[in-house]
Design a protein around this ligand. Structure first.
Ligand SMILES: C[S@@+](CC[C@H](N)C(=O)[O-])C[C@H]1O[C@@H](n2cnc3c(N)ncnc32)[C@H](O)[C@@H]1O
Length: 337
């Protein structure tokens, strides 16, 4: 039997977000071919990743997809060049986790038996879930081996699995699917197909709760796109883009037919950061990744210098020399009929 909680065992192919987490990677012509197969007489699932991009041909990777129920198993997961970096992501851990707390506060469940943290990252959102639902069977799933490694060491008593939301199927009924800052990385067409599939597996009263950044029109992201278009890297980055998220009305129309309530709301955080370079550090862990990954070391440095110059013009410093990063986010709490 495959130890593959979170992976659809009928799927023979798998594409993790370190490769296809957004259509950015695809559009950059780094088309990964990933095949899952089972080692003979072994419970482990092996994913062999091959890239068609010339830049990435050098980095043909064998990634071991293993269910981690024991912390010592973590050492079997190699860190890949294009993987998310848990360390970079956690530089702003408190700011990134606040939306998870705010989302949790709106979930109308008292004592769910099973809770799944979809795209659990380094386990920060899982820890928030654990503090509210300590007795729940709490499972974290993420396609990044580095993130899962970090999550498992942060919460060794919980179960974490490398898996992709596109192929994930729960093994039993799940009362709460929780997802903080993940669905924006999926293609527009797939997001709510996944959400609806998850809702269909849930008992009446089950909840899907998700939060996504709503910041594509903020200077931080507009200037990323402007920098990409203006520089020696322009042709390498010409196809990088992220699908806009569905509007509240689109979300409501998609979910309400199978839900008793669909609660949609926005919050804009204003994060006080040390300086403009801190904005760069913030987005380096997330939104800037598709722009930096295809570039050489020199190109990356040039891109970051140009981007920083633009940020310095766009964000006026506060009286104490800091910078306020406005960060709008969209929240959805859907309760199954
Ligand atoms: C911005 S982090 C969010 C981490 C955490 N949930 C939090 O609250 O901070 C996004 C995470 O989603 C994961 N991810 C992106 N696309 C995914 C997919 N298709 N399937 C599973 N995980 C995915 C990434 O690996 C990353 O760890």
């Amino acid at each position: 039997m495959l130890h593959s909680h979170g992976l659809d065992q009928n799927h023979s192919s798998y594409a993790g977000p370190l490769l296809r987490g957004s259509s950015n990677w695809l559009r950059l012509n780094k088309v990964p071919i990933v095949t899952l197969h089972q080692e003979q007489n072994s419970p482990k699932m092996i994913a062999v990743l091959r890239y068609s991009s010339s830049r990435l041909l050098r980095s043909s990777i064998n990634a071991r997809m293993t269910r981690f129920s024991k912390p010592q198993a973590m050492s079997t997961v190699p860190k890949t060049a294009q993987d998310w970096s848990a360390a970079q992501y956690l530089k702003f851990e408190d700011e990134r986790t606040q939306p998870a707390r705010d989302l949790l506060a709106r979930i109308p469940l008292q004592s769910p038996k099973t809770v799944v943290d979809l795209g659990c990252g380094p386990g920060n959102s899982t820890a928030v879930l654990e503090s509210r639902f300590p007795d729940a069977n709490l499972i974290g799933i993420d396609s990044s081996p580095d993130m899962i490694r970090k999550a498992q060491s942060a919460l060794p008593h919980r179960e974490f699995t490398v898996g992709d939301l596109r192929t994930y199927r729960p093994h039993g009924p799940v009362d709460l699917f929780f997802s903080n800052a993940v669905f924006q990385w999926l293609g527009k067409e797939e997001r709510f197909v996944i959400v609806k599939k998850l809702l269909e597996t849930q008992p009446s009263g089950g909840v899907v709760a998700l939060q996504v950044p709503d910041n594509l029109m903020e200077p931080s992201h507009v200037l990323m796109r402007e920098t990409a278009k203006n520089g020696p890297w322009a042709s390498a980055l010409q196809n990088v883009s992220r699908d806009v998220f569905q509007t509240p009305r689109e979300i409501y129309d998609l979910l309400k037919p199978i839900c008793s309530t669909v609660d949609i709301f926005h919050t804009t955080y204003n994060h006080s950061l040390e300086n403009h370079a801190a904005i760069v550090e913030w987005v380096k862990g997330t939104g800037l990744r598709p722009y930096l990954d295809p570039l050489s070391v020199d190109e990356k440095e040039g891109f970051l210098r140009e981007y920083l110059k633009r940020l310095e013009k766009a964000y006026m410093a506060t009286y104490d020399g800091r910078v306020l990063l406005a960060y709008p986010r969209l929240f959805v709490v859907a309760v199954k009929k």
